[in-house]
Design a binder for this molecule. Structure first.
Ligand code: HEC
Length: 119
């Protein structure tokens, strides 16, 4: 009886390891939600991940606001309403049709350093 229970536990354990390994591989292959939102909303037409194009690179933005607790709220407003003068004279356009949730996610992704693979 004890032998049987042990065997069941061992089999269940290896199934769990297999499932965990498999879902990890699937997650690693998918891009972060913020990156998808940036692509879908043409943010990458003016921003690259790591250097200035029309606007600053997303990783430059992340570096500038590192340690700034108010940056998430400030930048969500900036993406929604647009504005200029922080990086230069070229204005950042407003995005009135983006949902608050998408704006929140894309700004959090920028502040996290604009990773291209999910952790
Ligand atoms: C037409 C070009 C253009 C597009 C499209 C654009 N941006 Fe920008 N963005 C800019 C420019 C130019 C600036 C610099 C504005 C300034 O100097 O205040 C900027 C600045 C920013 C900043 C930093 C703001 C600050 O005050 O430091 C963030 C964050 C940002 N953009 C995110 C986005 C996101 C997210 C999208 C897509 C939803 C997007 N941008 C689309 C041109 C653009």
């Amino acid at each position: 009886m004890l032998g049987f229970r042990l065997r069941v536990a061992v089999v269940a354990g290896s199934v769990a390891v297999l499932v965990a390994g498999w879902s990890g591989a699937v997650l690693a292959a998918s891009a972060p939600a913020g990156y998808e939102i940036a692509k879908q909303n043409a943010c990458l037409g003016c921003h690259t991940l790591d250097r200035k194009l029309v606007g600053p690179g997303f990783r430059e933005i992340s570096a500038k606001y590192k340690g700034d607790g108010g940056a998430q709220a400030t930048l969500e407003k900036k993406v929604r309403d647009g504005g200029s003068g922080v990086w230069g004279v070229i204005p950042m356009p407003s995005h009135p049709r983006m949902s608050d949730a998408d704006i929140h996610t894309v700004v959090a992704w920028v502040l996290a350093g604009a990773p291209t693979t999910a952790k």
